[in-house]
Design a protein around this ligand. Structure first.
Ligand SMILES: CCCCCCCCCCCCC[C@@H](O)CC(=O)SCCNC(=O)CCNC(=O)[C@H](O)C(C)(C)COP(=O)(O)OP(=O)(O)OC[C@H]1O[C@@H](n2cnc3c(N)ncnc32)[C@H](O)[C@@H]1OP(=O)(O)O
Length: 288
């Protein structure tokens, strides 16, 4: 058997496994075929916390819903409906703003409260992973959610002069379309009535929207650099009584650089999810 080593999924999730031996074999499996049972281990391969969930929960083949306890199902259904609604409200507000004003200037200011509320609410997703009611890697989710929180609070909210940059619209649109699709996908899945086009959209839109969103985020941070350098905001200079120094300008440069190793991991994670869900493929251990 090929050897599996403990590693983050695609290098991210600490519980994930990746091949140290011969390359994995991709087996196209029908989501309903018995062979799909092999994917019960897929959460481990994927860096999810698989299996460790509230009492009564079982891991099942992709395409079949995992069995969750009623409390977890009720909570997740409520959470996903609320998030779908929140991002829909945001989408409608953005379209209305643009139709009325004919410009993106002032758009962020007009939607910021809703954006901050729903994006911050998404911190619960890390908790969902930690307590095991969703089979996703804590690290993958942590990187995804924390980068958004960072963009919302430490960049766009804190640096007013950049709020009217076109790049802000770029990531706002990418996030909004993604989240409406993603949360409605989860909602319909939980209700066992998932229309194919939502599933298709969930696992195809990201191919374009992820790079668009990342470009918007990076351009926005880049636009913030001169202001941060000039004002020295969030920076701690020496000498001070704690004898520590922190330069937010360099922190931003490091953050921008960290997209280079981190973003591909999220992107490839989604590509693997896509292959698994849309094409029923599963990575299995190969006999030597
Ligand atoms: C402090 C400074 C930090 C700075 C960090 C700097 C580095 C940052 C680099 C990263 C850049 C990210 C940029 C990003 O913000 C840009 C954008 O988002 S642009 C818009 C495009 N974006 C996307 O498409 C986002 C895609 N991301 C996601 O979908 C998730 O966040 C992710 C965690 C990446 C993947 O999700 P997951 O692994 O959960 O995939 P699935 O949806 O296939 O779900 C797997 C199973 O889990 C069940 N699940 C998950 N969540 C729920 C839920 N809420 N309710 C119910 N069920 C849920 C799902 O149904 C699947 O279950 P099953 O296998 O049983 O079907």
């Amino acid at each position: 058997m090929g050897r599996l080593t403990e590693a983050a999924e695609a290098g991210v999730g600490a519980q994930a496994a990746r091949w140290a031996g011969p390359p994995p074999t991709l087996l196209p499996l029908s989501p309903t075929s018995p062979g799909c049972a092999a994917t019960m281990a897929s959460s481990d391969e994927d860096g999810t916390n698989g299996g460790t969930s509230e009492a009564g929960e079982d891991r099942e083949a992709p395409g079949k819903r995992r069995r969750l306890g009623w409390l977890a199902t009720t909570w997740l259904t409520f959470y996903n409906i609320a998030m779908t609604a929140g991002w829909l409200v945001l989408a409608i507000a953005m379209v209305r703003f643009y139709m009325e004003k004919g410009t993106h200037r002032g758009l962020y200011k007009s939607i910021q409260k809703t954006l901050k509320f729903f994006q911050t609410f998404a911190l619960l997703e890390i908790i969902h992973c930690l307590i095991g009611i969703v089979p996703t890697s804590v690290l993958v989710t942590g990187v995804q959610v924390s980068s958004r929180i960072f963009m919302v609070w430490l960049i766009t909210h804190s640096i007013k002069p950049i709020q009217n940059e076109e790049s802000v619209v770029l990531f706002l649109v990418a996030w909004t379309v993604t989240e409406i699709t993603r949360y409605s996908f989860y909602t319909f899945s939980l209700l066992d009535h998932l229309p194919y086009f939502i599933k298709w959209a969930r696992y195809n839109f990201f191919i374009i929207l992820y790079p668009v969103g990342v470009a918007g985020e990076l351009l926005t941070i880049y636009a913030a650099l001169p202001y941060v350098k000039k004002t020295g905001m969030f920076s701690i200079r020496l000498p001070n009584k704690y004898n520590v120094s922190f330069d937010y300008y360099y922190f931003l440069l490091i953050t921008m650089a960290s997209y280079i190793p981190l973003f591909p991991q999220l992107y490839f994670h989604m590509l693997r999810q896509r292959r698994k869900v849309l094409h029923g493929e599963v990575i299995v251990e190969k006999d030597d």
